[in-house]
Ligand binder design. Structure first.
Ligand code: GRF
Length: 192
C-alpha cells in the first residue's frame, strides 16, 4: 500500500533525547511528506526519544547493544522485515560497520552538529569555541563506513558570537538541526 503512495518506508535510530526524531515525526505527518516512519530503534532502554514514538503510535524497539555483531544482526533483520528503505540516524551513538552498511544496501543518513568535514566525532561545540571559529552549524550526510565522512546532503551554518558558551551554541545548532533534517530528506528524495 505504502509503496503506492510513493512514501519512503523509513526507520529512525536514536540513543537519547530524540529531539531530531520529534522533528522527523512532525515532518512525516505533513501532507506532502516523502517518508513514512514505520519504526524507531534505540540501543538504549532509557532513551527519552522513545516517548515521541509512543505518542505517535510508531512501532519502537530497543535492541540491547552487547556487541556490534549481534546488534547489527538484529537490526538487519528488523529493517528487512519492515521493508525499510531509508534509515535516519538521529543522535544514534553507535558506529555501524562498513560490512553492515554494504550488506543492507539501503540509504542511511545522519545529522551531525558541526560544519563537516570540520569537527567529526563528539564534543563539537566545545572544540569549535576553543578554536575561535566564527561559524558552526549542522550537516546532514550519507553514512559511510568512516565516521561522519559520507557525502554531504545539506549543511547550514550559524554564527558563533563572543558570548556563546557550549550550551548556547548547542541550542542554536539544535534549532537548525530540526529544520535541516527534513529539508535534507526532501532534497535527497527529490533527486531520486
Ligand atoms: C544532535 O545534536 C545530533 O546532531 C547529534 O546528537 C544530538 C542528538 O540530539 N548526532 P537529539 O537526541 O536528536 O535531541
Amino acid at each position: 500500500m505504502e509503496k503506492l503512495s510513493g512514501k519512503k518506508i523509513t526507520a529512525v535510530l536514536i540513543s537519547g533525547r530524540g529531539s531530531n526524531l520529534r522533528s522527523l515525526i512532525k515532518y512525516s505527518k505533513t501532507k506532502k511528506s516523502l517518508i513514512r516512519i514505520v519504526l524507531v530503534i534505540s540501543d538504549n532502554f532509557s532513551a527519552k526519544g522513545l516517548n515521541y514514538a509512543n505518542k505517535s503510535n510508531i512501532n519502537n524497539i530497543v535492541i540491547k547493544y552487547s556487541n556490534r555483531k549481534s546488534f547489527e544482526d538484529r537490526l538487519f533483520k528488523l529493517l528487512r522485515r519492515n521493508n525499510v528503505d531509508l534509515i535516519c540516524l538521529a543522535g544514534f551513538m553507535k558506529i555501524l560497520s562498513g560490512k553492515f552498511i554494504k550488506k543492507l544496501n539501503k540509504t542511511i543518513i545522519n545529522i551531525h552538529p558541526s560544519l563537516l568535514p570540520k569537527y567529526k566525532g563528539l564534543n563539537t561545540h566545545n572544540r569549535a569555541i576553543q578554536n575561535k571559529e566564527k561559524y558552526s552549524g549542522a550537516t546532514v550526510h550519507i553514512v559511510s563506513d568512516k565516521l561522519d565522512s559520507g557525502k554531504i546532503i545539506l549543511q547550514k551554518k550559524v554564527k558563533i558570537t563572543k558570548s556563546d558558551s557550549k550550551k548556547s551554541l548547542e541550542k542554536k545548532v539544535l534549532k537548525i538541526e530540526h529544520k535541516i533534517y527534513p529539508k535534507a530528506i526532501i532534497k535527497l528524495l527529490s533527486s531520486d
